[in-house]
Write a protein that binds this ligand. Structure first.
Ligand code: SAJ
Length: 429
């Protein structure tokens, strides 16, 4: 007989993953307590404010009646299910940083009760649930996994800004250290989502799914980024070729070159697998090479600008360069691991006079409008494909005296810029 959950759940970590999940569970009839160590965030949420730009979340939060927010972990004791959704970044040296997961596990463990189900949604490499989270939960609570409480993993699949796939309809995979944990976790996600919920044979297999799906994306982006560098020498438009290859309805999945790979998933998750495999005696040469290729795209982008400045016999020193875009992908305000920061750093090292504008990230912009950023600039680098940048015409640049445009996201109409006499440099075209 399936244990009847008491409909109370705690969600630890209220970012892009935890907050949509908390609001979905509330809409599906659960009594939810959102827990986060960020006091400012909890105060804002308690007043109905959303700590990042997302109209959908704002709408759901305004209507939510059975949700509360807390900075301390004591509500965990009343919950039948506790879900950990904290970040899993990497250190500067690309070594996984599990401190948020460890901190959250300790917070949960201090209030863990018999019969509870703990689910980790954070993206981790295989082995973290059993070798890091489980020992903390057992040691601090004195309870035994698989007997007194259950531990499961259901990797998050939130895609910020995605209009089609969301927390309510995306398919999930689940693994657990016990049959009861698996059954309860599957039942929970089947009760709140319309997507499929796939049972994995082990919790390690569930952990491996997420790092594999995101490594898949990283290597495919590295493939087209390498093609972009090669085709620049060959004088072939790589975007045209990719679009040509994409007419093949099977065995090809289009990815596109750009000025770099940002975000909290794609440039991070492969390192979790690389490091774990290394600890177990295997070197992921291919994954590591893909990371090197993608990490080098900001340099390549600045080389493209160098090539354009050479045509007008200008050096970087003292040249006004406007960088349009800070967030790591279009029309959102998330700038974690954004390649824009590398490009800005390299330009400053080359002593260019750098301006920055991103309408979604004004806090990191030096200018407050496109016009003010372009006025008097000799060169522009588009680093984020925001819709508002895609709409820019050659006239917007010519009237401000811009001579060189580096299209870091291949989002402008190349031919029109060339016709207008602007030196256009794309990534692979
Ligand atoms: N990028 C490229 N070329 C591409 C695709 C992306 O250069 O063809 C760059 C983007 O500009 C960005 C970075 O890679 O800087 C990451 O882009 P992303 O579209 O992968 O966005 P993310 O990081 O939000 O990835 C999420 C992931 N979702 C989860 O981890 C749950 C990823 O698994 C999804 O595949 C991805 O969204 C998606 O498909 O949009």
């Amino acid at each position: 007989m399936q244990k009847q959950e008491n409909k109370k759940i705690s969600i630890i970590g209220l970012g892009y993953v935890g907050l949509p999940l908390a609001l979905l569970a509330e809409r599906k009839g659960f009594s939810v307590c959102g827990i986060d160590i960020d006091t400012k965030k909890i105060i804002e949420l308690s007043k109905g404010g959303v700590p990042f730009i997302d109209q959908e979340i704002e709408r759901h939060l305004a209507k939510a009646e059975n949700i509360s927010f807390s900075t301390d972990f004591s509500p965990v004791a009343e919950s039948s299910i506790v879900i950990i959704c904290v970040p899993t970044p990497v250190h500067e040296n690309h070594i996984p940083d599990l401190r948020p997961v460890i901190g959250a596990s300790k917070g949960v463990a201090a209030h863990l009760k018999k019969g509870q189900l703990v689910i980790l949604e954070s993206t981790v490499n295989p082995g973290v649930c059993e070798n890091v989270v489980l020992p903390i939960l057992e040691k601090i609570s004195g309870l035994h996994a698989g007997i007194d409480f259950h531990l499961a993993h259901c990797p998050e699949r939130i895609n910020p800004g995605d209009k089609k796939w969301n927390v309510e309809n995306i398919n999930r995979v689940v693994g657990s250290t016990s049959e009861e944990g698996l059954a309860r976790t599957v039942a929970f996600y089947e009760s709140i989502t319309t997507g499929t919920v796939k049972r994995m044979s082990t919790i390690k297999a569930a952990e491996a799914v997420k790092v594999v799906e995101n490594s898949f994306r990283d290597i495919n982006i590295a493939f087209v980024n390498e093609l972009a560098r090669s085709f620049t020498k060959l004088g072939i438009d790589v975007v045209e070729v990719i679009d040509g290859a994409a007419t093949k309805p099977f065995a090809f999945m289009a990815h596109y070159p750009g000025c770099g790979v940002g975000g909290h998933c794609i440039p991070v998750d492969p390192y979790y697998l690389i490091e774990y495999a290394k600890q177990n005696g295997f070197e992921h040469d291919f994954l590591a090479l893909a990371r090197r290729i993608n990490n080098n795209m900001p340099h390549f982008t600045v080389e493209r600008l160098q090539s354009g400045l050479n045509e007008i016999k200008r050096s970087f020193k003292g040249t006004v360069v406007a960088v349009l875009g800070v967030s790591y992908k279009p029309n959102i305000d998330d700038c974690r691991q954004s390649p824009s920061f590398d490009i800005i750093r390299i330009l400053k090292e080359r002593e260019a006079d750098v301006r920055v504008f991103d309408p979604f990230v004004l806090s990191k912009s030096t200018h407050t409008s496109i016009e003010s950023a372009l006025c008097g600039a000799t060169a522009v680098i588009i680093t984020t494909g925001h819709s508002v940048f895609k709409e820019l015409t050659p006239a917007d640049f010519v009237k401000n005296g811009v001579k060189v445009v580096v299209d870091g996201r291949n989002c402008l109409q190349k031919e029109k810029f060339i016709e207008a006499g602007i030196i256009y440099k794309g990534i692979g075209r």
